[in-house]
Ligand binder design. Structure first.
Ligand code: NAD
Length: 234
């Protein structure tokens, strides 16, 4: 912790790269932990990667939305100490960007301004046919499959399996990570590509990894612990 505190004290261009583990302390389960969402998805009889794919969404929107509303929407979730500490680091000019795989909008709720959402957000919705924007509340909290006036199915603005990430968001994330003096990676299993590959663009020697479990990546500083509790001390 002392080493992390010292790195942050000297840093001017921190970038944070995070994933679902950042929001578990806000009550949103991650995917791959033993109590994660992937386990629950198996009850649907299809692999999680299939259920969350664009093909499945198009073929079985009723089943997709049944799962989506049960397992991806947490209306009562609030930012935790990690989200808040990152927002504070940005406000005092130490952190340049948060690059997140999360789709829950909790970084913005905590006050972060420069958030690059690699996988989109459940707080935005649009028609999969005519692309008209819709109020996400109707999609997230209404019943059944939400439909547009044109007849198309309204979908969350999230990146499903088999879909491409937004190129502009990806390029900006690469740019920030390349220029970072400290890269803090936290709450991600680093198993979802291309997001996981972003750490390879970091050119410094202050790569910090904060995780509850083991990860495939090596780092200059590894802190095992709950990320909210770690950030409460910075
Ligand atoms: P993941 O589920 O694959 O991995 C989460 C990692 O975080 C695990 O290594 C776990 O041990 C660790 N972790 C969990 N709680 C932690 C805590 N309190 N402190 C420290 N580490 C903790 O998640 P991923 O790597 O982000 O990839 C999964 C995909 O699922 C992403 O694409 C993401 O978009 C999506 N997802 C998002 C949310 C969300 O928006 N909150 C929730 C679930 C899944």
């Amino acid at each position: 912790m002392e080493e992390l505190q010292s790195l942050i004290a000297k840093a001017k261009k921190i970038v944070f790269l995070g994933g679902a583990g950042l929001s578990t302390e806000s009550g949103i389960p991650d995917f791959r932990s033993s109590d994660g969402v992937f386990k629950a998805i198996r009850a649907y009889g299809v692999p999680p990667e299939t259920l969350l794919s664009i093909d499945f969404f198009e073929d079985y929107p009723e089943i997709f939305y049944d799962y989506y509303k049960k397992f991806l929407i947490y209306p009562d979730a609030q930012p935790n100490k990690a989200h808040k500490a990152l927002a504070k680091l940005e406000s005092i000019g130490k952190l340049n960007a948060v690059v997140t795989q999360n789709i829950d909008g909790l970084h913005q709720a905590a006050g972060s301004k420069n958030v690059l959402e690699l996988h989109g957000s459940i707080l935005r919705a649009y028609c999969s046919s005519c692309r008209k924007s819709y109020d996400a509340d109707l999609m997230n909290h209404g019943t059944g499959v939400p439909r547009c006036g044109c007849g198309g199915v309204i979908r969350p603005d999230i990146v499903l399996y088999e879909e491409q990430l937004d190129n502009d968001v990806m390029m900006r994330a690469i740019q920030y990570i390349r220029n970072a003096d400290v890269l803090i990676v936290g709450g991600t299993s680093l198993k979802v590509y291309p997001a996981a590959g972003l750490i390879n663009y970091y050119r410094g020697n202050k790569l910090v990894l904060i995780t509850r479990s083991s990860t495939p990546a090596e780092a200059d500083l590894v802190i095992h612990g709950k990320i909210g509790e770690v950030f409460a001390q910075v």
